[in-house]
Write a protein that binds this ligand. Structure first.
Ligand code: NOJ
Length: 572
């Protein structure tokens, strides 16, 4: 299938590149709305809020795991891949969610933690008690804990080794994450088949895509570091081929917290594609770095490095998610700077990262929050929002681990922030009641009532982005400026012609990271004589000079998105 060919489904023509134009919204079922009053969010509650999400402009939901699970790792510890945890609802309710989302032209992407299971999974129970039985080889067992010594420990706060001794089987089992999460043995063909069948099970239900959790870690070897080893890529290629063949239009998203080249490898090639999307782990910490360093050079550098990716590939850009803000992929010097700026209290740290939400990270500065979102929505790739960040929700660093930023969504100033009718003590986590982020102040209802609220601002930006396919589909070229705090780039898109009716467009995006106003010159060679128009209000800006230069000013921590119009004169 060519990646631009429209997909024909009965009565429906789908854009196969839908994920490149989509605004994604990560919502943990447990945290959003509790419809049955048991203190935990559920699928029925989420269904009831689809109108809100549609109003916001969300095109696709990403749902972290809601499978059967002992919930010792937020549901990433699955004990049955084809069952839904009863606290969250039923398979029928999930089917209804997919249908109701589709009715609103909204897609549903679910999480698939395929690298490991919970130790409560039946496969593990069988594997440990019957080594010669059908599940004996489903996990990575060893008589010694000295294998794979090049493989780093990820959860450094809690784990001392990637091996744990199992007293039942009297062998060690391998785990990249918690010691209650044994890694599946991907060398075993039966395990690979199980994975394919679980994918089919959910895609048959109408799910539009899967986020492949912890995807670099499927295979390990004695010489390698267990991250993106060749057999892991081979496996993903086969999975992608199956999805393209049996479920065209559905997508795979790579969660690969790696250096740029390694992340890009999870896209595969045009001939042998792997994932349609990959989270942009390299760019994310550099956004936070630039905000406080007041310097654009880190972003200039990473955006100037053209990583070759297949034409159909899309980055998933994000500011925050349900995990800590990971600092694994920055240098030690930068990491220390980031800890100093953003995690001055040790309670704010977790593993190699920072367990805080966006608004508290940015000290509730509206300017910084807007600037960060302006980047999120204009960098190459599709933006992923984290539930609650659209209203600037706070966190609770007194809670354990990453629960600090998984507290109930704040809907109203009423009991339990309108999240649940349960006795407040029964909630899965308490609502945020801190001085600055108290739910009586920060909630959807009150922000709906204020036209200048963050919520309305974010909704507006989302809608502006959606009117300009250049953001999802266009190329990026960094422009030189004479100011160290200013980042400028042009996004340009040739248009899709008749197929989806998009016209060509070029947009200049300019960001000032300085905590003071700035006047600066941009070198826009190639656009001599072009008029610039503000994308939000249409106002005309200075025309680019005959020498390709334009001088602009920006207030502290602010930005422009400028449509590049036709040249008003002929350059010599
Ligand atoms: C990545 C998930 O995002 C994280 O929440 C989880 O703890 C690990 N994978 C282990 O499953």
């Amino acid at each position: 299938m060519s990646f631009t060919a429209p997909i024909q489904l009965p009565g429906l023509t789908l854009d196969p590149l839908w994920y490149k134009r989509s605004v994604f919204y990560e919502v943990m079922v447990r945290s959003f709305v509790d419809a049955n009053g048991d203190g935990s969010g559920d699928i029925a509650g989420l269904i009831g809020k689809l109108d809100y999400l549609q109003w916001l402009g969300v095109d696709a939901l990403w749902l972290p795991p809601f499978y059967q699970s002992p919930l010792r790792d937020g549901g990433y510890d699955v004990s049955d891949f084809t069952q839904i945890l009863p606290d969250f609802g039923t398979v029928d309710e999930f089917r209804e969610l997919v249908t109701k989302a589709h009715e609103r032209n909204m897609r549903v992407v679910m999480d698939f933690p395929l690298n490991h299971t919970s130790d409560q999974h039946e496969w593990f129970q069988q594997s440990r008690s019957d080594p010669d039985g059908p599940y004996g080889d489903y996990y990575v067992w060893s008589d010694t804990d000295e294998k794979y010594e090049n493989i780093r420990i990820i959860f450094v706060d809690t784990e001392e080794s990637n091996w744990t001794f199992d007293p039942v089987r009297r062998q060690f089992f391998f785990h990249r994450f918690f010691s209650h999460q044994p890694d599946l043995n991907f060398e075993n063909v039966a395990v690979q088949e199980e994975i394919f069948n679980i994918v089919r099970f959910w895609l048959d239900m109408g799910v539009d895509g899967l986020r492949l959790d912890a995807i670099p870690y499927l295979f390990e070897s004695e010489d390698g570091n267990g991250e993106g080893e060749p057999p892991t890529h081979e496996f993903i290629k086969r999975l992608r081929a199956m999805v393209d063949e049996e479920y065209p239009g559905r997508i795979l998203i790579a969660e690969a917290n790696q250096w740029p080249r390694e992340v890009a490898a999870f896209f595969g090639t045009d001939e042998e594609p792997e994932c349609h999307m990959a989270f942009d782990f390299p760019v994310m910490p550099r956004i936070f770095y630039s905000l406080r360093a007041q310097r654009a050079d880190e972003l200039v550098q990473i955006l100037s490095e053209q990583t070759d990716v297949p034409k159909s590939a899309a980055w998933g850009v994000f500011l925050r998610n349900h995990d800590e803000l990971t600092l694994e992929m920055v240098s030690e010097e930068y990491r220390q700077a980031m800890y100093g700026w953003y995690a001055y209290d040790p309670r704010m740290r977790s593993n190699i990262g920072i367990r805080r939400r966006l608004a508290p990270l940015l000290d509730n500065s509206r300017d910084e929050i807007e600037l960060a979102h302006a980047l999120l929505f204009s960098l190459p790739g599709s933006p992923f929002l984290y539930y609650g960040d659209e209203i600037g929700m706070g966190d609770n660093i007194w809670l354990n681990d990453r629960d600090s930023s998984r507290t109930p969504m704040q809907w109203t100033p009423d009991r339990n922030a309108g999240f649940s009718t349960a006795d407040p003590g029964k909630l899965y986590l308490p609502v945020v009641q801190s001085l600055v982020y108290n739910y009586s102040l920060i909630n959807v209802e009150s922000q709906l009532a204020q036209s200048r609220s963050l919520l309305h601002w974010i909704r507006n930006v989302i809608h502006v982005r959606k009117r300009h396919p250049v953001f999802g589909l266009g190329d990026l070229k960094v422009l030189h400026t004479n100011h160290g705090s200013v980042l400028a780039f042009v996004r340009s898109y040739e248009g899709s012609g008749e197929q989806f009716g998009d016209s060509p467009e070029q947009v200049m995006c300019v960001f000032n990271f300085a905590h003071n106003p700035a006047a600066f010159e941009i070198d826009a060679t190639g656009y001599e004589g072009a008029a610039l128009y503000d994308l939000f209000g249409g106002g005309q800006f200075p025309t680019i000079g005959e020498d390709g230069k334009v001088t602009l000013t920006l207030g502290s921590q602010s930005f422009y998105w400028l449509h590049i119009g036709q040249p008003t004169f002929q350059a010599n």
